[in-house]
Design a protein around this ligand. Sequence first.
Ligand SMILES: *Cc1c(COP(=O)(O)O)cnc(C)c1O
Length: 397
Amino acid sequence: MSERMNQVITAAERDLLHTYNRFPVVFDHGEGTSLYDIDGKRYLDYFSGIGVFALGHANRDYTEALKGQIDKLLHISNYFYNEPAAEAAARLKAVSGMDRVFFTNSGAEAVEGALKAARKYAYTRDGFADHGIIAMENSFHGRTMGALSVTGKKAYREPFEPLIGSVSFARFNDLASVEALVDDKTCAIIMETVQGEGGIHPATEEFLTGVRRICDERDILLILDEIQCGMGRTGSMYAYQRYGILPDIVTTAKAIGGGVPVGAFMLRGKAAEHSLVAGDHGTTYGGNPFACAAITEVLKIYERTRLTDHVRVMGDYLYAQLEKLMAKRPDIIEHRGVGLMQGLEFDHPVGDILNRALDNGLVLINAGTNVLRFLPPLVIEQEDTDEMLRILERSLD
Ligand SMILES: *Cc1c(COP(=O)(O)O)cnc(C)c1O
């Protein structure tokens, strides 16, 4: 490591609050699926900044669109209208099947808004508050207090309790465990369509359609958190589209801004018409013209390049290659996932593999202690996956 890189790391360790154990590398710039550190070393990016850089780094159309908006108007607040927000909302509705959009600055904020909308829907219907929410074990919804309240990992929640009340946890993919928790006060069931941080677990069709049916029968809102698995990651714009159902509320973030910090929650039908009204919710930055210009350009590029079709092809290729790897390695116990969101579960922690991979020029991440997570830019080509596998195999032992 160069003296310069060492200095940056030392300064960051001194000045930043230590909430992350970072990998010892300082990145400088990116190009497509390549990342370069400040010493000029190249890495293959098979992580895309936690699934954010779907379009790869330095996509020309995207950066030109951002520059154009910077020169016009960055921010105006939600007291006024702006064209990029109207266009981004219309485009998001078209690809999601939802009716109304609220823009946020992050995924966690989208979850907060979704929870508020669900509570408000039940309050409006019943005339009283105190409604409950069912979430899933092993889930991840973000680090703010509301999002944390519905996050399944106890170690993340416990130091910060009491969190928001009346949250109970069912077992993911176990419909009976959901049924056992539903009561007259349940206002929402929240889950990831494909659990990300929890180790890449897709909902089974039986489970998701079963939860949808329970919600319909009991006037409960189904909130699907598609912050990680949405935006084309699984080969359809939103993962629920692969199940033939629609949620009442969707949260989306990560890839929608292509790198600009942005998120949204989207509502449909009764959830859109009978929940949050003027004065109930707000944000200074959410929906600002810069962020919305980013969303619009991202969605245009997805459409123009038929990116979801590409994800299906690349996802199948990755799937087949990881199956071959698993057949060779007795320490790999399961292979899960869909599209370009896949995981390999080992019978041991994968931290050392990640460090060796980084040394060998591959950026890869885990999902939980024992799971390698494959979350590449959606624009990868077959040779990127081949390169990833070559480096990974060298890094396994
Ligand atoms: C990343 C993530 C979040 C939180 O998003 P932030 O932008 O980090 O607040 C919520 N839910 C899921 C499924 C995520 O992957």
